[in-house]
Design a protein around this ligand. Sequence first.
Ligand SMILES: Cc1ncc(COP(=O)(O)O)c(C=O)c1O
Length: 374
Amino acid sequence: MIYFDNAATSPIDPEVVIEMTKVMKENFGNPSSIHSFGREARVIIEDARSKISSFLNVSPSEIFFTSGGTEAINLIIRACIIDLKIENVITSNLEHHAVFKTLDYLKTKEKFNIQYVNYDKSGRIDIYDLKNKLKENPKSLVVLMHANNEIGNLLPIKKVGEFCKEFDSLFFSDTVQTMGKFENNFKKLNLDFAACSAHKLHGPKGIGFVYINGEIKINPIIFGGGQERNMRSGTENIYGITGMAKAFEIAYREMKKTQDYLNNLKLYMISELKKNISSIKFNGECETVGLPNIISASFPENEKAEMLLMNLDISGVAVSGGSACTSGTSKASHVLNAIDPNNNDPTIRFSFSKFNTKDEIDKCVSVMVKVLQK
Ligand SMILES: Cc1ncc(COP(=O)(O)O)c(C=O)c1O
């Protein structure tokens, strides 16, 4: 079996499993309990928070554990509209469902304006359009993802942070696809909010965190026992938190090596695909820049191409037809539609991890060639 769907979720690193299993066996205490069992669990959680925050150059008090990226995104956007009374949101049509569905819902309840930034046919955000919009509407909330989960485009995040600072606006970047892949020094990036999901970086599912700039005060969306300094009630997922911290440690330890390795894999697959399938077309900026691990490719609309995803699956190669949330359904991807509304061509997203090899790419390309020639 070949797994090329790492942007949907990634296999847990064996080192993470060892760390989590140890805590599962030895530390079952509730971190809120004052006895020794609870205190041990609390130490594990706070050590994990310190470790993660030091990698991101933020204070541990700015990290709040959540169930993952979706919850973090809901919390931030809701708080900005309801608590901070933001009147203008600047975002794009290329964001994750968690962003635009939260905004759509809030729009039915609250009074605020949404502006969408321009982008080109490669899905490249027009940051000068963003600057003009900010000039006209200072004190906005800017919501732009760091890396697009479908086409792998990267936002010039530093520049966007500078513009937000210049026009007194808040900046939230959905960093779910870039955590552990780049340094992500949040203070240098002028970020006010960010989101993380551990399962995208070889950690466990159901755990993530939200970063909230310490100077900004917002209210929670989940109420109860007051955990996470009242920001996110509910007994902490100690095993998940342990696993996420270990996944960060490994990712930062191996970052440069993994970046180079993935970039090589990506460029190798692009060149093999071009060599063997002349009709292929790449979406976004993956041929030149972008995330080192995502390729989005379209094939001319015909029966063989439409069966590609299923035939790859039958041959033991797992890929995605769009984002994880839409794979398995026939719904057209909102991102591909947004960058080219006339493109109905069958599209496949290949996404790699450090566990993939060139040999797997050769096998995948040869299956594709066979299917398309049949
Ligand atoms: C860019 C992006 N944002 C948010 C999410 C949601 O994260 P989670 O699966 O932790 O809810 C995903 C996952 O698909 C994603 O790729």
